[in-house]
Design a protein. Structure first.
Ligand code: NAD
Length: 697
C-alpha cells in the first residue's frame, strides 16, 4: 500500500486518510494512494461506507502543479474519480482546511460531503489560466446550480463552509473532519441513503436547461473584468457543456478544453507569475534561518493618500495602527476618508456591516511624532521632499523604541540618505506601496546599504501578512517600477512631438493589456506635479507645459490630455488638445508624421525592458522574475503576458536589442541603445530567464 494514504477501519466504516504534507497535493503517489485504498475498502466485506479524509492542516489543496508540463503519470485523476463515484458503497468526503481544484473535484466525485466550519472550497484553476480538468465543471453545477458554479469556476474564488452548506455542496458542517465524517457515514448506512452520484443528478441544472439566460447572464457578470484572458471564457464554455450535453460527453469536452489551455501561452505565463510571486518572497543574500522581528503595533506617519491606504491595509489584517499627523484637522480628514471607504465597501457587501467600526477601532489617530513610541514598525508617508523626510527620520530616531523597523514609503528618494539621519541605519528600509494602497498588492521593499537582514525579513513577512506581494529591490531613483516607468513616459512624450496623439498611444498600451495608458495615467495623477518639478529644475516639456499653462491639470480640473465629463473618470479625446499639440509643434518648427501602432508598442515596451536589464546588471533586482512581480502587482501588467521580462524573452532579446538600436539612431536618442546585459544576452541567443537559472536557456 502507498505511504501517502492508508485505510483504517472503525467497525463498518473504512477511513481512507491521505497524508502528504504540506497540503496533500494530488501528486501521482496521492492519486495512486486514494485509488488503492478506496478499492481495498470496496473489497472489504466488513466495510459498509468509506470516509475520505486528510491528515495535516488541510484536505487536498489542489493539483501538484510541478507535474504540469511533464508527461502525464498514472493513474489519471478522472479514473480515480470514477472508481470513487461508481463505488457500490457510499463514499463521504470529510473536508477541513482548503478543498481546492483537484481536491474539490475529488470531493465532488464522492456521494456525500461534510466539512469543518473553517473550510474553504473552490475551483481556482482559472487563476492559473486553466479550467478544472477532472469533472469540476460538470459536477459542480449539478451540486450547486449553474449560477454559483459560474461564480466559482469562471471567477475562481473559493466559498466558505457556510456558503457551501447553504448551496448544497456539503451536507453538514462537522466538528472534526474524520470524526464528523464517520458519524455522518454511520447515518448514511443506518438510514440506507441512496448513493448520490452528481453525474446522474440534473435537478439543479434543469432550470438553466429550460432557460439558458440564467447561465449566460451569470457568465456575462463574472467575465466583465476578464478582458484579454482566455481561461475564464473556456471555463464558462465548459460549464455550458454541463447544461447542454450528457455527462460523459461534457466530461470529454471539459478535458479537451483543459488540455488546450494547459499548453497555451497564457496559462504558461500565468503559472510563471504564480511561481514568480512565491520566489519573490525569498530574499536573496539573507542568511538562511534569519528570523523577522515581532510586529504587534504599527505607526504610520501621514494620513494622506498613501498613509490612509496603508493604515487600512493593516487594519484589514487586524493589526493595530497609530496614525500620526501634524494637526487635528489633517488627522480628522484622513480618518474620515478611511471610514467612508470602508462604509462604501460594506454597502456593496464586500465586508460585513460591522467591519468598518471594528477596523476604525484598530486605528488610533494621534498628533505628534512622539506617539511612535509603542510601534514595532514605523512607516513614513509624508510629503515627497528629502528635507521633510530627513526631519521626520531624525525625530523617529529620538522617539521610536529600540529595534523598531523604520520604513519610508518614498517613491524615488534615496533611502541611504534618509537612514543616515538616524543613529540606527540598520533598522531603516523602504516599504514602497502603490496607490490606492488599500487595493494595490505590490510592496517594493527597498534594501538600503546598511539595512540589517532581520529588518528586511520583518518587512517582507509583514507585507505578506497584510496580503501584499513583496519584492525586494535596491536603492536607486524610482526603484524598479517607477524607474522603468520613467523610460516609458519619456518615449510617450517624445511620440507626441513626432506626430502621435495621446489617445493613439494610450490605445496601443491598453490593447496590449495594461489597464491604462501613460497619458490617462498622467491625467489621473495630476499634470501640475510634473510641471512644478520641471520649473524647479529649469526643464521644459513644451506640450505638457502648454497644457498646464492652459489650466489643464488632468482629472482634477476636468481637462488634461483628455477631457472629462463632470463626475466621470472616462478620458475623452479632445480636439483642443490636438490643436494645442499642432500649435506647439508649429512653434518648434516640427512636422507631424504618421506613427504606426507597431512603433508605439515597441517604443513603449522595449525601453522599459532595456532599463530592466540595467536594473538586473546593477543588482537592484535580484531576479528577472522580481521585476515581473513588480509590474504584475504594482502596475497592472496583464498576467497572461507574465511580466515585462518574461514577455521580452518570448519576443526574443535579439529582436528587442535590434529595434532599440534602430530607434536610438532613428530618433537620435542614445539612451535607447541596448544596455550591455541585453546586448550580451541577445548576442549569445539567451533569455533573461537564463540568468535566474544561472545557465544558458
Ligand atoms: P499626501 O500629500 O496625500 O499626504 C502626506 C501627508 O503627510 C499629509 O496629510 C501631511 O499632513 C502629512 N505630513 C507631512 N509632514 C508630516 C509630519 N512631519 N508628521 C506627520 N504627518 C506629516 O501625500 P501622499 O500621496 O500620501 O504621499 C506620501 C508619500 O508616499 C510620498 O513620499 C510619496 O512619494 C509616496 N507615494 C505616493 C504615491 C501616490 O500615488 N500618491 C504612491 C507611492 C508612494
Amino acid at each position: 500500500m502507498s505511504e501517502v494514504a492508508k485505510l483504517d477501519r472503525q467497525d463498518i466504516i473504512g477511513i481512507v486518510t491521505i497524508d502528504s504534507p504540506p497540503v496533500n497535493a494530488l501528486s501521482a503517489a496521492v492519486r495512486g494512494g486514494i485509488l488503492d485504498n478506496v478499492k481495498a475498502a470496496i473489497d472489504d466485506p466488513a466495510i459498509k461506507a468509506i470516509v475520505l479524509t486528510c491528515g495535516g492542516r488541510t484536505f487536498i489543496a489542489g493539483a501538484d502543479i510541478t507535474e504540469f508540463g511533464k508527461p502525464p503519470k498514472l493513474p489519471a485523476l478522472n479514473d480515480v474519480l470514477s472508481t470513487i463515484e461508481n463505488s457500490p458503497k457510499p463514499v463521504i468526503a470529510a473536508i477541513h482546511g482548503t478543498a481546492l481544484g483537484g481536491g474539490l473535484e475529488v470531493a465532488l466525485a464522492c456521494h456525500y460531503r461534510v466539512a469543518t466550519k473553517d473550510s474553504k472550497l473552490g475551483l481556482p484553476e482559472v487563476k492559473l489560466g486553466l479550467l478544472p480538468g477532472a469533472g469540476g465543471t460538470q459536477r459542480l453545477p449539478r451540486a450547486v446550480g449553474p449560477e454559483l458554479a459560474v461564480k466559482m469556476i469562471v471567477g475562481g474564488d473559493p466559498i466558505s463552509a457556510a456558503e457551501a452548506h447553504k448551496a448544497g455542496l456539503i451536507e453538514e458542517i462537522v466538528e472534526g473532519p474524520a470524526s464528523g465524517g464517520v458519524e455522518f457515514a454511520r447515518k448514511v448506512v443506518a438510514e440506507n441513503r441512496p448513493l448520490r452520484k452528481l453525474r446522474d443528478d440534473d435537478s439543479k441544472i434543469a432550470a438553466a436547461k429550460a432557460d439558458r439566460s440564467i447561465f449566460t447572464n451569470a457568465v456575462a457578470a463574472i467575465t466583465k473584468k476578464s478582458r484579454g484572458l482566455e481561461a475564464p471564457f473556456a471555463a464558462a464554455d465548459a460549464v455550458g457543456y454541463a447544461i447542454d450535453l450528457p455527462f460523459d460527453e461534457g466530461l470529454k469536452r471539459e478535458r479537451e478544453g483543459f488540455l488546450k489551455l494547459l499548453t497555451s501561452d497564457q496559462s504558461k505565463a500565468q503559472r510563471y507569475a504564480f511561481f514568480a510571486e512565491r520566489e519573490a518572497a525569498k530574499i536573496a543574500g539573507v542568511p538562511e534561518g534569519t528570523k523577522g522581528r515581532k510586529v504587534e503595533r504599527v505607526a504610520i506617519i501621514g494620513a494622506g493618500t498613501m498613509g490612509g491606504g496603508i493604515a487600512m491595509s493593516f487594519a484589514n489584517a487586524g493589526i493595530p495602527v497609530t496614525l500620526i499627523e501634524t494637526a487635528e484637522e489633517q488627522l480628522k480628514r484622513g480618518m474620515g476618508i478611511m471610514q467612508k471607504n470602508w462604509e462604501a465597501t460594506a454597502a456593496r457587501g464586500g465586508i460585513p456591516a460591522d467591519a468598518p467600526a471594528k477596523r476604525m477601532a484598530l486605528i488610533d489617530g494621534k498628533v505628534g511624532l512622539e506617539n511612535v513610541k509603542d510601534a514595532d514598525l514605523v512607516i513614513e508617508a509624508v510629503f515627497e521632499t528629502m528635507a521633510v523626510k530627513k526631519e521626520v527620520f531624525g525625530k523617529l530616531d529620538q522617539y521610536a523604541k529600540p529595534g523598531a523597523v523604520l520604513a519610508s514609503n518614498t517613491s524615488y528618494l534615496n533611502i541611504d540618505a534618509i537612514a543616515a539621519e538616524t543613529s540606527r541605519p540598520q533598522d531603516v528600509l523602504g516599504m514602497h506601496f502603490f496607490s490606492p494602497a488599500n487595493v494595490m498588492k505590490l510592496c517594493e521593499i527597498v534594501r538600503a546599504d546598511k539595512t540589517a537582514p532581520d529588518a528586511l525579513v520583518t518587512a517582507v513577512s509583514i507585507a505578506r501578512k497584510i496580503a501584499k506581494v513583496p519584492a525586494v529591490v535596491g536603492v536607486c531613483d524610482g526603484f524598479v517600477g517607477n524607474r522603468m516607468l520613467a523610460q516609458r513616459g519619456k518615449q510617450a512624450e517624445k511620440l507626441l512631438f513626432e506626430g502621435a496623439l495621446p489617445q493613439q498611444v494610450d490605445a496601443v498600451v491598453t490593447k496590449f493589456g495594461m489597464p491604462m495608458g501613460p497619458f490617462a495615467m498622467g491625467d489621473l495623477a495630476g499634470l501640475d506635479i510634473g510641471w512644478r518639478s520641471r520649473k524647479d529644475r529649469g526643464i521644459k516639456s513644451e506640450i505638457a507645459d502648454a497644457l498646464c499653462e492652459a489650466g489643464r491639470f488632468g482629472q482634477k480640473t476636468g481637462k488634461g490630455y483628455y477631457k472629462y465629463e463632470s463626475g466621470s473618470r472616462a478620458p475623452l479625446p479632445d480636439p483642443d488638445v490636438e490643436k494645442l499639440i499642432d500649435e506647439t509643434l508649429a512653434k518648434l518648427g516640427l512636422k507631424r508624421r504618421n506613427v504606426s501602432d507597431e512603433e508605439i508598442l515597441e517604443r513603449m515596451m522595449y525601453p522599459m525592458i532595456n532599463e530592466g536589464a540595467k536594473i538586473l546588471a546593477e543588482g537592484i533586482a535580484a531576479r528577472p522574475s522580481d521585476i515581473d512581480v513588480v509590474w504584475l502587482y504594482g502596475y497592472g501588467w496583464p498576467i497572461y503576458r507574465g511580466g515585462p521580462m518574461y514577455w521580452a524573452d518570448s519576443v526574443g532579446l535579439k529582436h528587442i536589442a535590434e529595434r532599440l538600436s534602430y530607434y536610438a539612431k532613428e530618433t537620435n536618442d542614445p539612451s535607447l541603445e541596448p544596455a550591455p546585459l541585453l546586448k550580451k544576452l541577445a548576442e549569445e541567443g539567451k533569455t533573461f530567464a537564463s540568468l535566474a537559472q544561472g545557465k544558458a536557456a
